[in-house]
Design a protein around this ligand. Structure first.
Ligand SMILES: *Cc1c(COP(=O)(O)O)cnc(C)c1O
Length: 395
């Protein structure tokens, strides 16, 4: 096995530098744990940024992939694909949606949603209203939909047809609607924006605006979906349904796959040839996702996310009482942010030294998105380490 420095040097020489890397080579994972190239163990509360929702190498997902990989890895969408129809059926049975389109990533799922919306608008309506602080991906259209300047810088001219308004401000959404508007797109918990939760009245108001103006409500559940917030999909907390939902991240239990899910009536705006993906919905990815979704539904993980999430938030609020530099504890289920009044990167490093992986978004918000299998004992361990690290930051 390569040593840290060797991997680091090869990365520097041969990989394009789009990532600011943490000096750590992770080589093995099991459940909530990962190990680095030196054999050191970590409790993983980053979980591939909410990708490893089932923990690392969940046995059902591993088995499904092993069985499928020796049977058939890829076949073109020119032909029918059995694991793809199974996954589409499973998603329809467990969501508001009727039909799915499959792709390989979150950005692609949102691209599909944007393209379908434009078809729905028949060339007359094409504008999509998006939110400040959002994150929808790195393709040109999805970064135009992303309401954070740092991702857009240097990429002008961006795609036309997007309006960005402040998050959780219904009045501003209403003002932005024009005769060109076809949809409203948002995350119910903004992940890359710092764990900002959409308010109940706000989302209900948006649903009403969509109904009154024939607009599509597009929910990006790429990070907050698949059980993470204590419901299979976050919209279930609000008593409303979207018209289009996008999924990726933990959909494949660690294997890359994205999906766009919608109602029959809206799905019919796409005709054969209108949209496609070579790898989208391939047998391997769909087998992994079927196994992952079954595990989420059958292994009490949604309830665990709700219960352990509540416990975690309560403990973090306890820390907030002790440390005045904690400005806010926010989130739902196992998607939690701790807002500090200083940059969090040193806290992340100190936690890592003590065997806990966490990360930080928008510079000052510590983010916790552990696997849904996490236990209260593991949360206690993280709380104790945070307490030690915060104590030292206080001096
Ligand atoms: C990660 C993420 C995306 C982009 O997914 P990729 O697979 O990186 O393209 C889009 N939306 C949200 C909410 C995300 O968290």
């Amino acid at each position: 096995m390569m040593k840290m420095d060797e991997v680091k040097n090869l990365d520097k020489k041969y990989v394009i530098h789009t990532y600011k890397r943490i000096p750590l080579v992770l080589v093995k994972g099991k459940g909530t744990r990962v190990w680095d190239s030196e054999g050191k163990e970590y409790l993983d509360f980053v979980a591939g940024i909410a990708v490893n929702g089932l923990g690392h190498c969940h046995p059902k997902v591993v088995k499904a992939i092993q069985e499928q990989v020796s049977q058939l890895m890829h076949i073109s969408n020119l032909y029918y694909i059995e694991p793809q129809v199974k996954l589409a059926k499973l998603l329809a049975e467990n969501s508001f949606g009727d039909k799915s389109f499959f792709c390989n990533s979150g950005a692609e799922a949102n691209e599909a949603a944007i393209k379908l919306s434009r078809k729905y608008g028949k060339g007359e309506r094409y504008e999509i209203i998006c939110m400040e602080g959002s994150f929808h991906g790195r393709t040109l259209a999805t970064l135009t939909a992303t309401g954070q300047e740092k991702y857009r810088k240097g990429y002008a001219p961006l795609a036309p047809g997007f309006k960005i308004v402040p998050f959780n401000d219904l009045g501003k959404v209403k003002e932005a609607i024009s005769s060109r508007t076809v949809g409203i797109m948002l995350e119910l918990i903004q992940g890359e924006g710092g764990i900002n939760v959409a308010e109940d009245k706000y989302l209900k108001g948006i649903r009403k605006l969509c109904d009154e103006n024939d607009l599509l409500l597009i929910l990006d559940e790429i990070q907050c979906g698949m059980g993470r917030t204590g419901k299979l999909f976050s919209y279930e907390h609000y008593g409303i349904e979207p018209d289009i939902m996008t999924l990726a991240k933990s959909l494949g239990g660690g294997f890359p796959i994205g999906a766009m899910i919608t109602k029959d009536k809206i799905a019919s705006c796409f005709a054969p040839g209108d949209h496609a993906s070579t790898f989208g919905g391939n047998p391997l990815a769909c087998s992994a996702a079927c196994a992952a979704l079954e595990a989420v539904l059958e292994e009490n993980l949604i309830e665990n996310a709700a219960q352990v999430g509540d416990y975690f938030i309560e403990k973090l609020k306890g820390l907030q009482k002790e440390y005045s530099f904690i400005k806010n504890v926010k989130g739902k289920g196992l998607m939690i942010g701790v807002e500090l009044d200083f940059e969090g990167k040193d806290i992340v490093t100190k936690c890592q030294e003590k065997g806990i992986l966490i990360n930080c978004t928008v510079d000052r918000v510590l983010r916790f998105v552990p696997p849904l299998i996490v236990t209260k004992e593991e949360v206690d361990k993280v709380i104790n380490v945070l307490d030690e690290v915060f104590e030292r930051s206080n001096q």
